[in-house]
Design a protein around this ligand. Sequence first.
Ligand code: SDX
Length: 426
Amino acid sequence: MSDSVKISYKEKEFTYPVIEGTMGDIAVDISTLRSDTGLITLDEGFKNTGSTESSVTFLDGDKGQLLYRGYSIDELAENATFTEVMYLLLYGELPTASQLDSFNKELQENCTVNQGVKDMVNAFPTTAHPMSMVGAISFTLSSFYPEVGEVKTPEEFDKAAMILLAKFPALCAMAYRRTNSLPINLADPSLDYVSNFYQLMFKNDQNIEISPSIVSALNKLLILHADHEQNCSAATVRVVGSSQAGLSASIAAGVAALWGPLHGGANQAVIEMLEDIKKDGSGLQFWVDKAKDKTHAFRLMGFGHRVYKNFDPRAKIIKQATDEVLAQLGIKDDVLDLAKGLEEVALQDEYFVKRNLYPNVDFYSGIIYRALGIPKEMFTVMFALGRLPGWIAQWKELRIDKQAIGRPRQVYIGAKTRSYVSLDKR
Ligand code: SDX
């Protein structure tokens, strides 16, 4: 007999079923609450509200556990490639060797973008933020590739997902090239996914050397960002998709949500914060105290998480990878030492400990990106490149399951009913 929750209201009692997820997560199903009682729930920021059932990603904030389709992020980051994880998120199973080979071949066959998209990129001022370009191009992509707009059948979905995933490296790299006044590189279908992205970003006249440590670091970083259940941008993609908007338009909405400094924009904000701390010279405790001071809007960027009340497992992996990549590339970045010092001071501070504020995925990622030559204005674009398969997998789940349009209710606190007053009487 499964559990239930009883609500007593106006001398009546109402019972609602408790449902349990496959990993033991529990929820009370209140889908008939309003018709039963006239009540709605109010939950600012949806801190206690589940918007859907999903089979894509599971995370346990207390244990610091993250699974993609049941596979732990540690094992995937260690053993898989990013395109393997794309396949897993989209289709629910790890691909066989031949499935992965065909998937990779199709990504390579679709990796170029047409002149119309390039003309659009060149229409942007070089002062544009790369995220504004990636968002704009995502939104209009169905004008250049209609397949990524209207998607009704599983076959149409496969085609649309493939086009978006295959072309996104070029879209992201073009934003970098334009904002650095560099000529746009051509995609190279002979290369694997991350190597093609790297040459799109950095190839100049001579050939480009892409070391195995760069390929490995990029695969790992993109895997770690690939999905994260109902985070702000994935929830946005789902709500927009629930109106039957096209796939690329829904992805553009996810790009917009990700850009916020409290979400995906935090990786850029972390590096800017660390550079300010380094320049300012007031010492780490000063900044930790400033982050605690409610009279300041300043927060320790890269710290805290809505769900993780323990270490973000991704932050641990990225922190270790940062040491490895900098050693392999022979790079010394004193901002890394600053980040480690800040983590140490904060994690000994009662304010952070009491609120379970630990480093999140964004705290160290910017340091690796910098070591790979990626400028801070591109950090959130890197997050979008990683998160794309997760957004698409969640959009597919929403549309294939034909879920209802996402339309929350509210509690109105404005003016009561009143009559119009003519202009001459105001
Ligand atoms: C991502 O949701 C996801 O899964 C997101 C993500 C993903 O993969 O998609 O993991 C990616 O967005 C990671 C988070 C990146 N953002 C940052 O690093 C920005 C800094 N962090 C915060 O702004 C904050 O921690 C959030 C936005 C991440 C979470 O905010 P919540 O859950 O709404 O928590 P809250 O704002 O209610 O904070 C609770 C308390 C408050 O203090 P009190 O009111 O209890 O006194 O903790 C404090 C906050 O002031 N607090 C911080 C803090 N984060 C929370 N104080 C100082 N510095 C911080 N970073």
